[in-house]
Design a protein around this ligand. Structure first.
Ligand SMILES: Nc1ncnc2c1ncn2[C@@H]1O[C@H](COP(=O)(O)OP(=O)(O)O)[C@@H](O)[C@H]1O
Ligand SMILES: [Mg+2]
Length: 422
């Protein structure tokens, strides 16, 4: 048998640069249509260059709107301007989602010349003081970037941030929080809210024309002109625009389409390659993990989607259970007990389809909030693919007005700052 790699192992005239630059982790040196946001971030951070203290900054925007890469780019430029004389620490809160893990990570990331502390086993107050000591000892300004900061709050509540902000108040440190869930700020303690949200910058979704410019910029110098048809660029841009203006999706689609056209030995990328790329893309883990769920879990998941769509603030166990009951009735199933549904909700959380977060509503009691992970539209779409849902018309979705009133009252009290009396 011939070596199966032979037909792929030849240089290609169409590739003139490094294809790895189309991967999502590559940080480009230019961001079309993000000039304003980049300038706004630089303006806030510029106080550091002139020897002052920068405000804390919160960046909002849907996923794929360029938040992470813009921040990494700008802070990289800041470091260059200061000739390396600054600590820039990037933490992804999807991975580091507890106060403890973040404190340890920060302590070890500060360039203070001390030996690393162990990852486990130290009491938290000890780490706290060690971190403060190292921050001061390092003698440099520190910028902490908490990406997906809402995940930290979801998992660990606002206390985790409160501690961080407290540390920062005692040292030359600023925080940049990044989130695609603007509503998470409402769940924060008033003291945390005002400190965190000193400045905020919005990353609006890209439209198809902007995505087209981004794609053309990203492939220039990598792929020979003419290898990618204009129609296929436009299609990648349109598909990304459909998906809440997601540059990641557009770039991924184009990269996969280029890759398969090259492997097939074609002399250009056409819209068919893009459609094929999309099909491959969408047969993803999410779809598969939903497809294999038992029917009652699918109904619970659908209920979570519909409840969250109706009122994202109030996606709580009680409402999800009630809406699940309506879906069962509509489809002719006997609803399971509340207890069984609690188990199914935990299972869905284990598979990463949902996240839950128990919050105290002050004197209005405690409530378990539930969020569907990823795009609700996709999750709903994949769930409804089960033949059991063919006759699903859309059940009546309840909204507990009493709960809403309590929640609003809670937020109101919060704003007035008398929260310590609860
Ligand atoms: N304006 C832009 N120009 C070039 N590439 C961009 C632009 N905006 C986003 N990208 C690219 O799209 C992908 C997703 O961007 P990212 O910053 O990760 O988005 P977010 O953090 O908002 O989800 C990354 O590969 C990024 O480099
Ligand atoms: Mg990001």
């Amino acid at each position: 048998m011939d070596n199966p790699f032979i037909k792929y192992n030849k240089s290609n005239d169409y590739v003139v640069g490094d294809l790895k630059k189309l991967s999502s982790s590559y940080i480009p040196d230019n961001f079309p249509h993000r000039e304003k946001q980049i300038d706004s971030i630089a303006r806030v951070l510029s106080s550091i260059v002139t020897g002052g203290l920068s405000s804390n900054l919160l960046l909002y925007g849907k996923s794929g709107s360029g938040k992470t890469s813009s921040v990494i780019y700008v802070t990289g430029m800041l470091k260059e301007t200061l000739k390396g004389n600054i600590n820039i620490i990037y933490i992804n809160c999807e991975i580091y989602d507890s106060q403890y893990s973040i404190l340890v990570y920060l302590t070890n990331a500060i360039n203070s010349g001390d030996a690393p502390i162990p990852i486990l086993g130290l009491p938290q107050d000890k780490i706290y003081f060690e971190l403060v000591k190292r921050l001061n000892k390092s003698g440099r300004y520190t910028v902490i970037i908490l990406d997906e900061i809402d995940k930290l709050i979801q998992k660990s509540g606002s206390d985790a941030l409160y501690v961080l902000l407290k540390i920062m108040a005692d040292s030359n440190t600023s925080l940049i929080g990044i989130t695609n869930d603007a509503s998470f700020v409402n769940a924060l303690d008033a003291r945390v809210q005002s400190r965190l949200n000193q400045e905020s910058i919005i990353f609006p979704p890209y439209n198809a024309m902007e995505l087209r410019d981004i794609l053309n910029f990203r492939v220039s110098g990598i792929i020979k002109d003419g290898f990618i048809t204009e129609a296929s660029i436009n299609l990648c841009a349109a598909l990304g625009a459909q998906e809440h203006g997601d540059a990641r999706k557009s770039i991924d689609l184009l990269r996969i389409a280029i890759d398969s056209a090259l492997k097939d030995g074609k002399d250009c990328v056409t819209i068919d390659d893009v459609y094929l790329a999309r099909d491959r893309f969408e047969m993803n883990v999410l779809k598969e993990s939903i497809r294999t769920l038992p029917i009652h879990s699918k109904m619970v998941l659908l209920s979570a989607c519909l409840t969250q769509e109706t009122d994202a603030d109030l996606s709580v166990t009680g409402e999800i259970y009630e809406n699940y009951g309506n879906i069962c009735t509509e489809l002719g199933f006997q609803p399971l007990t509340m207890r069984r549904i609690s188990d199914l909700l935990s299972d869905l959380e284990d598979t990463g389809l949902l996240t839950t977060n128990t919050r105290s509503l002050g004197r209005y009691g405690r409530m378990k909030f539930i969020r569907v992970m990823g795009s609700i539209q996709n999750v709903k779409g994949y769930t409804l693919e089960d033949p059991a849902f063919v006759n699903f018309q859309g059940s009546k979705i309840v909204r507990q007005s009493k709960l809403r009133t309590n929640f609003d009252a809670y937020v109101e009290t919060y704003k007035n700052g008398d929260f310590d009396n609860k």
